[in-house]
Ligand binder design. Sequence first.
Ligand SMILES: Cc1cc2nc3c(=O)[nH]c(=O)nc-3n(C[C@H](O)[C@H](O)[C@H](O)COP(=O)(O)OP(=O)(O)OC[C@H]3O[C@@H](n4cnc5c(N)ncnc54)[C@H](O)[C@@H]3O)c2cc1C
Length: 280
Amino acid sequence: MIPPEFDYTRVSSVDEAVKALGEGGEDAKLLAGGHSLLPLMKLRLAAPSLLIDIGRVEGLRGIERSNGGFKIGALTRHADLQTADELGVIAKAAGLIADQQVRNRGTIGGSLAHGDPASDLPGVVLALDGELSATGPNGERTIPAADMFQDYLTTALEPDEVLTSITVPDPGEWSFGYEKFIRRAEDWAMVGVAALLKVEDGSVSDVRVGLTHMGSTPLRATAVEDALRGGSADREAFAAAAEHAADGTEPPGDLNATAEYKQHLARVLTRRALSTAAGI
Ligand SMILES: Cc1cc2nc3c(=O)[nH]c(=O)nc-3n(C[C@H](O)[C@H](O)[C@H](O)COP(=O)(O)OP(=O)(O)OC[C@H]3O[C@@H](n4cnc5c(N)ncnc54)[C@H](O)[C@@H]3O)c2cc1C
């Protein structure tokens, strides 16, 4: 439980962080809440030579209205999100992350940059079609959530980029259901499902379904979405569409569940999340 030796520096701006990343080279890592990186270091699965602490960089923490949606600073903690009712499904999912101690330290930026497919917020931001802003030596760029998650613990962020904010369309425009199946209280998701729904005159005008821990990255259940869009918003339609929740997925089997069991969970949880979203 003792990490390998490392150097530590604290920066006070995004520019300083980018500079320190450039100077530190490949083995330099940003430190936000530390609740993914430090456990990896203690298990000796990561051994950065330099930690660049961005925890006190001004202007990276908070939630503000932006272009009809919300802009969430990368250092906004899970605890800030869980009480932000205006964030709908994001608040709900954040409140189910681990325990209050983890939520008091962990940040949305750290969660998305880490790219763990078992984390709750990546699948939710993917379902919302969010966009991520990152700053590197060549300035700022926007990464659609659909392009962000590339493989297990691998994202579109360059090693010398700082994720600064996440922009999402107003989650309040969607009714939602969020289902997280866990074996023990406060555990990581065996499987998680975020369902977003818009219903007009009894039919589904739009729908999004994000899956957690059903592959090496968070996924959209596009077959479910296609089956529902334009159809009836009733229990039978949800049950039939949810049968497609695991189509094309290859979830990793682990100590908690086989791949087949996770696929079964995805179908059941999708049906439940859709019903919750529709209030039926
Ligand atoms: C016991 C325990 C249980 C947990 N259970 C859950 C759970 O159920 N669900 C869940 O979703 N998560 C869970 N987590 C993870 C937790 O949510 C983490 O806090 C979060 O995933 C990472 O955020 P962080 O701020 O701690 O990031 P850090 O650990 O500081 O960083 C993680 C990685 O992201 C990089 N990084 C951080 N911020 C940025 C940035 N702004 N720009 C670029 N790169 C950045 C770091 O360099 C590092 O590689 C758990 C953690 C613990 C310790």
